[in-house]
Design a protein around this ligand. Structure first.
Ligand SMILES: Nc1ncnc2c1ncn2[C@@H]1O[C@H](COP(=O)(O)OP(=O)(O)O)[C@@H](O)[C@H]1O
Ligand SMILES: O=C(O)C1=C[C@@H](OP(=O)(O)O)[C@@H](O)[C@H](O)C1
Ligand SMILES: [Mg+2]
Length: 172
């Protein structure tokens, strides 16, 4: 893969996109961007606040415009939010990219990694375990539709996952 190409991480909340993305960027000499962080920096508000004030729809509009902007820049690692694939306009854009990596984890790990924080509004309503299961059943086919690689994070440290992505992306 040419060095100028971006690596884009997709997958469910808690799979490690933001954590692994940062490490992957430093290991592969790319700049790290996280769609959620860009939205927060631009609005001066955190994700739960944006969901409260603008609803999920307002957040998705912001997310789509940030994604469109980022994919046009060279040599980035882009960590997306777990719901990026719910919008068909985002899926079309992702399908045009060279390297979109779907990170996977067991439901048990996803629950463990998200249960302690309150920064994910979609897990604050109802039973979080049930919510993660529901979201995964609708979103898993969508992640698969847009990805060029599937990489499991199970029993691997974030650094090991980042190294695996580098190895596999060189074979694309
Ligand atoms: N491979 C991993 N093994 C164990 N814990 C992880 C791994 N990757 C991420 N985590 C932890 O899971 C939590 C969620 O990670 P985060 O990067 O915010 O996920 P995402 O951006 O996909 O929602 C964090 O506490 C992070 O430290
Ligand atoms: O799955 C989702 O719909 C969301 C995932 C979050 O990002 P992470 O996947 O980085 O947690 C964030 O974009 C927002 O809370 C909505
Ligand atoms: Mg994240």
């Amino acid at each position: 893969m040419p060095i100028a190409d971006n690596i884009i991480l997709v997958g469910p909340m808690g799979v490690g996109k933001s954590t692994i993305g940062r490490i992957l960027a430093s290991l592969s000499s790319r700049e790290f961007k996280d769609t959620d962080h860009v939205i927060e920096a631009r609005t001066g508000a955190n994700i739960p606040w944006i969901f409260d004030v603008e609803g999920e729809e307002g957040f998705r509009t912001r997310e789509s415009s940030v994604l469109k902007e980022l994919v046009e820049q060279p040599q980035l690692v882009i960590a997306t939010g777990g719901g990026i694939v719910t919008q068909s306009i985002n899926r079309s854009l992702l399908q045009q990219q060279n390297c979109v990596v779907y990170l996977t984890a067991s439901l048990e790990d996803l629950i463990k990694r998200t249960c302690r924080d309150k920064k994910r509004p979609l897990l604050q309503v109802g039973n979080p375990e049930q919510r993660i299961k529901e979201l995964m059943s609708t979103r898993d086919p969508l992640y698969r539709e847009v990805c060029s690689l599937v990489v499991s994070t199970e029993s691997k440290s974030p650094k090991q996952v980042a190294e695996k992505i580098i190895q596999l992306s060189q074979q694309l």
